[in-house]
Design a binder for this molecule. Structure first.
Ligand code: OAD
Length: 375
């Protein structure tokens, strides 16, 4: 139903810099193609060998929605019917990308906020693939990860801020979509209104029609420096999507490895560029095999276990601390209440002696009695 709308034109900002403009999806389905059957599949071994030889020390990763499906977050799968864009009917948007279109949001922010509930950080955990990227950092090999995902899982798994470019923003901060006044991220959850201009505050997720974050422009330094590019879980399908075009800006001698379910972008062409490799199939399975070839599997599993255990301990501790605080406050209030009722007998007594001579309640009458009995 929405498919024809994916084929509209491409746009570039007036200053020549990329922006996420309009509906720039091609109508090409993200499906297995001739290249998927090409003998170039199996690039994992080649790249693992290069890495083990120490030839790849400045690794760039370009990641998309496919790295988070194992965490339970749907990708955008335009063709399979299971992705985010195929399941937006209930939000009553005229076309799927409208939900992330800044002009549409200006008029009706509700569909985005309804969808966002399922995407807010905290409900999903990083998976093996995120930890593999963290291991690249741990080994001192990660130049930077450019992610198109807004789930923040790269940072949640412990990759430091300066190694992550969230090209499409994130939920970590928020601002007024009109005057850009910053607000705490928690304030941007239920169609909040800017206290300065009364426009809607939104999480700093980059919408179609908005500029990319400043940090994205680190690519001008990073890509010419890289000695290996790993592309993971992205359709590279969005025309003029800055991230999709970034993959063409590494030096021509630099090996590129695509890990995805299907061949996409330049990897869907025959012949492949010299130095291009791909490994097709389920990403988590592929990445585990990659880690095995590199001899990193146990280390990644240990890292994952210890990090996840620390997080769960932290959350248990904070639940304990908050219930302890609530209990202490409760006991404190009870003690204060008891103290007040002990120290204010005249009030209790006068309530007990109401004008018509009746007591207000059984408690009052008992207090009155006890007050009297203490006299
Ligand atoms: P897509 O959903 O377009 O592509 C995800 C790719 O990952 C597809 O090629 C899937 O086949 C593949 N994939 C999914 N799960 C996989 C798995 N378990 N194993 C292997 N491959 C898997 O997502 P992106 O390329 O990230 O922009 O989309 C780019 C941008 O388009 C998004 O950031 C979003 C969207 O419109 C905005 O919202 C601004």
């Amino acid at each position: 139903m929405f498919k024809s709308l994916f084929s509209e034109g491409t746009e570039t900002r007036a200053d020549g810099e990329p922006s996420l403009e309009g509906q720039f999806f091609t109508s090409e389905p993200d499906q297995p193609s001739h290249a998927a059957k090409s003998p170039s599949c199996g690039g994992l071994t080649t790249i693992a060998r290069l890495m083990k030889l120490g030839r790849c020390k400045k690794v760039l990763v370009v990641a998309g929605a496919g790295i988070s499906t194992a965490s339970g977050i749907p990708d955008f799968s335009r063709s399979t019917g299971t992705g985010l864009y195929a399941n937006l009917e209930k939000f009553n948007v005229p076309y799927p990308e409208a939900i992330f279109n800044i002009d549409y949001f200006s008029n009706d922010p509700q569909p985005f906020f309804s969808l966002a509930k399922a995407l807010y950080p905290g409900s999903h955990r990083p998976n093996y693939i995120h930890y593999f990227i963290r291991m690249l950092h741990h080994k001192g090999l990660l130049l930077r990860v450019y992610t198109q995902n807004i789930d923040g899982l790269e940072k949640v798994c412990g990759i430091p801020d300066d190694k992550v470019v969230e090209a499409h923003g994130s939920f970590a901060t928020a601002s007024c979509h009109l005057c850009y006044t910053p607000f705490p991220a928690e304030d941007a959850k239920v169609v909040p209104v800017c206290s300065f201009c009364s426009a809607t505050v939104k999480p700093d997720v980059v919408f179609f029609g908005e500029d990319l974050p400043q940090k994205y422009f680190l690519h001008t330094k990073d890509f010419p420096k890289a000695d290996l590019l790993i592309i993971m879980g992205t359709s590279l399908q969005v025309n003029n999507n800055p991230c999709a075009s970034l993959v063409n800006t590494v030096r021509s001698s630099v090996p590129r490895l695509l890990l995805n379910r299907h061949a996409v972008g330049a990897f869907d062409q025959v012949p492949l560029r010299r130095g291009d490799h791909m490994e097709l199939g389920d990403l988590e399975v592929t990445v585990r095999r990659f880690a095995d070839l590199l001899g990193w599997n146990h280390e990644i599993q240990d890292l994952m276990r210890s990090h996840e255990a620390a997080v769960s301990l932290n959350s248990k501790l904070s639940i304990f601390v908050s219930s302890w605080t609530v209990m202490t406050l409760f006991l404190l209030m009870q003690s204060i209440g008891a103290l007040v009722s002990c120290c204010s007998p005249p009030l209790t007594a006068s309530r007990g002696r109401s004008s018509d001579g009746d007591t207000d309640s059984e408690t009052d009458s008992k207090s009155s009695t006890s007050y009297n009995s203490n006299q």
